[in-house]
Design a protein around this ligand. Structure first.
Ligand SMILES: [Zn+2]
Length: 113
């Protein structure tokens, strides 16, 4: 599998989860001279890591309350956006859940695949 095919596969995984893949997925940095198969392995590992992260996030945060207007976690707030209205993570539609998870992923790891 060459680099272009690998890149297309990774982007397809992103789309499957309803996330917008980054437009420019960078090839392995020249200066590191990582072997191509090692690079493929590292991508596969990231991909599994991402899937695990999504599943774990949904399991562990299903009952976390969010403000439905600005999608901010409630934490200890009494009101948000001038309302006292909260929605549990698990009750958001898939698109919103994916948005929340991809934001969290960005915060945790800086960048997507
Ligand atoms: Zn709010």
């Amino acid at each position: 599998m060459n680099w272009k095919t690998q890149k297309t596969n990774v982007q397809a995984t992103w789309r499957k989860y309803g996330w917008v893949p980054p437009t420019e997925l960078k090839p392995p940095p020249q200066e590191v001279e990582m072997k191509f198969e090692d690079y493929q392995k590292s991508i596969a590992k990231d991909e599994n890591h991402m899937k695990d992260y999504i599943e774990r996030y949904k399991t562990e945060n299903g009952h976390v309350e969010y403000c439905p207007y600005c999608i901010t976690p409630r934490m200890d707030a009494i009101s948000c956006c001038d309302e006292n209205h909260w929605i549990e993570f698990q009750h958001f539609d898939d698109a919103t859940q994916n948005e929340i998870i991809s934001d969290e992923w960005d915060k945790a790891f800086g960048a997507r695949l």
